[in-house]
Write a protein that binds this ligand. Structure first.
Ligand SMILES: [Zn+2]
Length: 256
């Protein structure tokens, strides 16, 4: 299918998936949070109601808690920051898993360390067989895309680059590597932009912005709870913000 017909096809499926839910009773309410929705309609919120794996409502703690019944589970977020689930638009999980089993992880801090790791593997490898390394860093150029009106995604290409979303955020905002070297300062973007790049733009790239990428009623309940607010963080320490919990489709899949 060409781009346009594929797009309209997926959107028509989306209209069905977003039909009014039978259950309007929240199964779960997260309240008292600092929620960045990445939605233009309600950019900030304190609470979300979740039912059937989707967001049912987004608003103030008072508004959303008023929807609760005796069966609704309620979790106090204690002012923690919540973002939509991050979307890695390009990575190679299966190939990366095979590489981790068979190759030398070269995500090290110096050429000398990489040489030592390769030498150690060579020592354990029968003569005549290959020693392969993987996980070399890459670079990103979000600013040029944004300025051209294109919606770049957060794409780690893991294993060539690290997959950690907070590292992606930091590198897009600072364009600075682990040693403090600046790579293309003119490509820096703002934290707000980097969050959009890592969430709604990833959904847009796969024609799924109707279902995910932001915290809005009807969308899949995908979110992350962070230990600190990235918008109030020094950009050079974004990577140190702990991911406390991750929810996919209304289910907690990670808890620190
Ligand atoms: Zn790739």
């Amino acid at each position: 299918m060409d781009r346009v017909s594929r797009r309209s096809f997926i959107l028509s499926v989306g209209a069905l998936a977003l039909a009014p839910q039978e259950r309007i009773e929240p199964e779960l309410i997260l309240y008292n949070g600092n929620i960045w929705t990445v939605s233009d309609r309600i950019p900030r919120a304190q609470a979300v109601a979740i039912s059937g794996g989707r967001f049912l409502a987004v608003g103030s703690s008072e508004e959303v808690l008023a929807m609760s019944t005796s069966r609704s589970r309620k979790i106090d977020l204690s002012k923690q920051t919540v973002l939509p689930g991050f979307i890695d638009a390009h990575s190679h999980p299966a190939a990366a898993g095979r590489s981790h089993l068979r190759q030398v992880d070269c995500d090290l801090r110096s050429i000398a360390e990489i040489q030592a790791a390769l030498r150690e593997r060579a020592r354990q490898t029968p003569a005549g067989q290959w020693v392969l390394g993987f996980k070399y860093d890459d670079t990103k150029t979000s600013r040029s895309f944004l300025d051209a009106g294109i919606r770049p995604t957060q794409a780690s290409d893991y294993p060539p680059g690290p997959f950690e979303p907070m590292m992606a955020l930091q590198s897009e905002v600072t364009r600075t590597d682990l040693k403090g070297n600046l790579w293309g300062a003119q490509q820096r973007i703002k934290v707000e932009e980097a969050i959009r790049v890592g969430t709604i733009n990833g959904a847009y790239a796969s024609f799924e912005e109707r279902f995910k990428g932001s915290i809005e009623p009807g969308k899949l309940a995908d979110l992350v709870v962070l230990g600190r607010d990235p918008l109030r963080e020094d950009p050079s320490s974004l990577i140190t913000i702990p991911v406390e919990r991750t929810m996919v489709g209304g289910r907690w899949v990670y808890e620190s």
